[in-house]
Design a protein around this ligand. Sequence first.
Ligand code: KG4
Ligand code: ZN
Length: 398
Amino acid sequence: MSRGLILGIESSCDETAAAVVERGARTLSSVVASQISTHATYGGVVPELASREHLRAIVPVVRTALAEAGITLDDLDAIAVTSGPGLAGALLVGITYAKALAFARDLPLIAVNHLEGHIHAVLLEERQSCPDGRSSRDDEPALALVVSGGHTHLYLARPAEGTWKYTLVGRTLDDAAGEAFDKVAKLLGLGYPGGPWIDALARFGDPHAVPFSFAQIKPKVHLHGKAPRTKAAKTAPIANLDPHFLFSFSGIKTAVLRYVELHHMRAEAHARVPRMLAMGRPPKTHEDALALCPQPTLDLIASFQHAVIGDLMKKTFAAAESLGAARILVTGGVAANHELRARFTEEAVRRGLTIAFPTLALSTDNAAMIAAAAWPRFVAGETAPAELSADPSLTLGN
Ligand code: KG4
Ligand code: ZN
């Protein structure tokens, strides 16, 4: 009898990852090779460098995933790969490798949407904690917030005939929340990616020191003939979405910049961290950054994080209420944030809703979530066509 072993491969952005998952429910290995050190110098992902690093890493990462799972290629039942959304060149490395492997080994290939992968990171861990590998929650609909460096999307996820169906409920009109964390960290001279730096420093500041606010997006204003402004905004349509569930994070980044300029926080006497940016030398550790950050900068960081999380919460819980979802999943890199987890959990308890997050390792990009999302598709016989290619703007659901 087949063991139901799927090798997942993920290369959509700046992480080369491979994992072996049994029946979508048990992770035998999950290997992630991060390219952070390559991109850190540039303060963001450089697509050409990402493709080159994926090419370098893909073979050893897959080999390590198989070895750590204690299996060989002969034991596999299928190969799953992220087909989009993401960087075209980066996606192509994973797809080409997965296709070649599937062809050589005569294994089915399953194409997985990266966003669905993030949702399955939570579902995988729920199943993992059940002795029979089937979560009692597998038949409950959930409102899923996918919040990362490339996405801030709300979906209603519903189990349907063994697989899952998704309906887009809300999304960002411009920057993703993680992008806002990265840009604010960059302008303050902190390291890349910015989320973990802001997360670490925010706990030392006053979250109410700077009153950042988010304007309500007006009905239909977002549709007045304007094309979405960023790559992230193109990955899903915005017509027909309730404006109460739309996000916009480009304004707060500018507000932080204005605040820094207005309060002369770049001045030498006041903030040494911004000065380090000018010198092209970001601090090496969170402790270094803390020692260099004056209190007003820490207050600014705490206020920024508090405001972004407040906006994510307001819209997520409003959508859950409006759709009658009793269960919320929060996933993607920003779901690793400590304040986010604490405040979402507190609010869910207050409202009598259940809430789940992936463990920190599965919050950011990984391949276990890709192999897990592929399992129901494998069972349903949904294999990828031979001409499968990268779809950088792939959308999820309808
Ligand atoms: O899911 P992910 O690894 O890649 C994408 O699909 O984008 O998410 C990366 C994003 C980055 O923007 C990073 O700054 C953010 O997640 N991030 C965090 C934290 N850890 C990672 N944001 C806030 N707090 C964190 N602890
Ligand atoms: Zn991601």
